[in-house]
Write a protein that binds this ligand. Sequence first.
Ligand SMILES: Cc1ncc(COP(=O)(O)O)c(C=O)c1O
Length: 388
Amino acid sequence: MTQYYNVEAVRKLFPVVEKMTYLDSGFQTPLSKPVKDALETFIKQSYETAGPKSIWIDRMESTRAKVAALLNAASEEIAFTKNTSEAMNIAANALPLKAGDNVLMVHGDHPNNAYAFLNLKKKGVEIRFIPMTEVVDAASFRPHIDANTKAISMSHVTFHAGHRFNIESVGQLCKEMSLYYVLDVMQAVGVVPIDAKKVGATFIGSGTHKGLLVPQGLGLLYWDKSRTELEPAYLATISVANPPADFIALPDDMAPAATAGRFELGNFNLPATHALGAALDLISEVGVEKIQAHCFDLGDRLIAGLDELGVRLVGPRDRAHRAPHIYVAALPAEEWIDFFASKDVRLSPERDGVRISLGMFNTEADIDRFLQVVKERNASEGRTTKAA
Ligand SMILES: Cc1ncc(COP(=O)(O)O)c(C=O)c1O
C-alpha cells in the first residue's frame, strides 16, 4: 500500500488502538496523546493557578483560526457550539423562513439535522424529504424545487452507509435558485477536505468527536459572513455587537455581532477548545488529503475482502460517491455485533449491517483482522455469507 504518511508513527499517538481493533471512528475517536496533553495542560493550569482565563481565551481564538483554515473560511465565520445538533438548530432558526416556505432534505439523513428543521413545522414551514439514493446531487433536488423552496439541508457524508453526496453540485444549484444551503459535515470533517467557499454553503455544522479527534461536547458552526440578514434566535452578551462595558444590558442596542460570534452564547467549553487546537495541529501535520487517500486505500482492501467473502457492501462502492472511511457490511448487526466485541473488534451496528469506520491510525492489519473474524466464524459455522 502507498505510504502517504508515517501511519505507524501516527498510530503510536493513539495507544488504545493497540489493545483492540478499532474500526469505530464514525462513532467516536479514541483519545490521542497530543489531545490528552492539551487537556492536561488546561487541567493543570486550572488546578494549580486557578486559571489564566485570558490565555485560555487566546488559545481558543487560535483554535478558531485553525478551524477556519481547515474549512477555507475566515475566523470571523466560525462559531463554537456544543455539538452538531446545536449548530443545525442555530442555522435552522436563523433562516428567515415563514409559513408556506419549504426546505428540502434527504430522507433517512441524520435525525440531528432533520429534527432541527422539522421543528420549524411549528412556524408553518414545510419540510420535504427527497429519496435517499446512492448519488445525491443537484439533479436529485432540482425536480422538487418550487417557488416556496427556500433552503436545502443535508449531510456531506452519511453515517449509516458512507455515501459522500455531491455537495459542490448542490451548492451550485442553491446559488442558481437563490436558496440557503445548510450542511452537516460531522461524518466528513477531518477526513474529507471541505472548502466552505467552493461549496457555497450558508451554514456548515459539525461536532468534533469523530474525525476531529476530540471528546464529546464541542461543535462548530461556519456562517457565510456575507449573509448579514441571518440573525441568531438567542442572544447573550457575547453575541451582540456592543456588549455593555458595565454589564448592564442595553435594550436599545442589541444588534448582533458582525462575526459568527453572534451565534455564540455565554462561556465556552475551554478545555475542549484546547483539545481541538492540538487535534487540528496533528491533522494539518498529516494532511487531510493524505488521511483521505490512506482511508480510500484501506477501503479498497476492505471491499475486495468483502467481495471475496461474498459479503455485500451496503453503500456506494465507487470512490466518486463513497466516503473514504465509512463502510457498512451486510452482516446482520444483531447476529454479529457481540461476536465482534468478543474478538476485540470495535465497530457499530447500523440499519443494514455493521459499520466499519476508519481513522488516520488504521492499518491494513486492522482491515485484515476484521475480514479474518468474519471468515473464521463463517467457516466454523459452516455458512457462506453470500446470502447476507
Ligand atoms: C451526520 C451526523 N450528524 C450529527 C451527528 C451527531 O450529532 P451531535 O454532534 O449533535 O451529537 C452524527 C453522529 O453522531 C452524524 O453522523
